[in-house]
Design a binder for this molecule. Sequence first.
Ligand code: NAD
Length: 254
Amino acid sequence: MTALAGKKGLVIGIANRDSIAWACAKALHAAGAEVGATWQNDKARPHVEPLLDEIGATLRLPLDVQDDGQMQALFDAAATRWGRLDFVLHAVAFAPRADLQGRVVDSSREGFALAMDISCHSFLRMARLAEPLMAAGGSLMTLSYLGASEVMPHYGIMGPVKAALESSMRYLAAELGPSRIRVNAISPGPVRTRAASGIASFDALVADSEQRSPIAGALLPEDVGPLCAFLASDGARAISGCTLYVDGGHHILN
Ligand code: NAD
């Protein structure tokens, strides 16, 4: 009997084989969970669907998190197929390049609002739709970064956005805890993914992480998957409101 046998949940944020969400989906599946997943749009679909075949994901739908109809349809499909949800992973982030690569002080109102909507408020919308499907409790997870609490070079407006995401995670944990719904953030160190390629001088962040972290060396998406699988499991039943770092210990450095 594996740790997640019988558990069912959604993974949102797979773009390709490099995605952290894909490593998490593999770990959840390997631990015995039934995983449903989404692709952002028609352009992403051919990159995502073959991966979903690999883990036998039967629940698969498009989801642009700004499309309320698609979001509702996804959770309706989970209700119809499974009658409940045990976990949801939110691994979605976006900021317009000009706002991401410019100074925070210069960020546009529109760019900041868009980044907040896609990268932060979408997690609240998912939690609201998941709540009635988690009558027996469940696990909501999102992905953050150290730039939420410290000023990281070139992280720009994603710093304030991730700070809002982590604070939202704690408020959700407080509000949903009485329903035995746990809410946590996983904060990986720098991992080469498509989203990361939008961050200027990302190579320097990776080099610093690889060289200075107490556990030195490259971080891979596969380093994150096992924590996701654990947080989805009953073993994490008393863990909520946490930001958990998967960064070789880098966050303890100054
Ligand atoms: P990725 O590019 O593989 O994943 C980002 C995902 O966000 C993609 O699947 C993309 O389709 C999705 N997305 C963006 N806008 C969307 C929208 N409107 N609707 C639906 N989906 C949308 O990159 P990743 O690095 O795996 O990113 C996953 C998460 O991990 C993000 O929250 C990111 O901030 C976080 N993170 C990444 C790193 C890193 O170094 N790569 C470190 C810490 C945290």
